[in-house]
Design a protein around this ligand. Sequence first.
Ligand code: F6P
Length: 324
Amino acid sequence: MSVKRIGVLTSGGDAPGMNACVRSVVRTALYHGIECYGIRRGWNGLITGDVLRLDEKKISHIINRGGTILYTARSKEFLSEEGQKKAVSTCKFLGLDGIVAIGGDGTFMGARALTLKGVPCIGIPGTIDNDIASTSHTIGYDTALNTIMDMVDRVRDTTESHDRCSVIEVMGRNAGFLALNAGIAVGATCILVPEIDYDIDSYIIERMKRTMTTGKHHFIIIVAEGVKGVEVGSLAKYIEEKTGVESRATVLGHVQRGGSPSVRDRVIASKMGYHAVQLLKQDIGNRVVAIDHAEIVDYDIIEALNMKKTIDPELYKIANEISI
Ligand code: F6P
């Protein structure tokens, strides 16, 4: 079958670089004589028929923009059989021969369901969390890391000026990739990630007291949002009580998801978008595009969803040895 028209959507939490990926999908498709439709608000757009034709003009000047011009959503309706049937009939009505879906694991489950119903779909990993096992890097991760580094550097200026301790919560849902790597980049004294259990007294309080003997009086503690039983406000109070160091809590929040994508995210997004269209052109669906360090690869969606990835224990060891 020759592929004439495809759709592209973004789903789940937005991530910087999604627009660069949409642009790459559209540009690659047009280059090969394939029409491209943008589907708005993730899978919801396929259910309601909220689509727009994407031409060269519609996707110009978006490579540098954060967020997603297609909007995004986490569609509940698409999880149901009925929702998926509606999506298939929209695809048939519009003559869509395939879909590129940019998002996380939930998005890939949707891509698999639709492929099994006869519409080939390709998933592309887009999330700041980097918690997708099949790929070494997700679109948005590098930008978010740089944003966190920049924000924490600013917090450090005031933390140091007041001889304080700043306890800073970063995103990452249940994964510690953002916390660990950003923590190293900002020279954090302690980094708490969901993958590791802690004893607060020995890991934070003892370490801070030891550090104070070197003459240092300001501290940055990075906490991943998914660390069980830790709330940064209460942790800051506890630290102040136990060490006498005045402490403040900062939740970085959604600032981490915004902003212009980094070089790395723009390039990865462009390569992944290109690769996805090459697969659809051959009428191949049910694949996840990934990057294995520098090489672009693809996997069966179920194989990709069953993969496991965790923080690098060696990196964690390094972080703890070089921080005081
Ligand atoms: O998955 C990306 C992410 O930003 C997570 O780090 C965070 O836990 C979640 O999304 C927040 O989601 P929402 O924007 O719906 O609050």
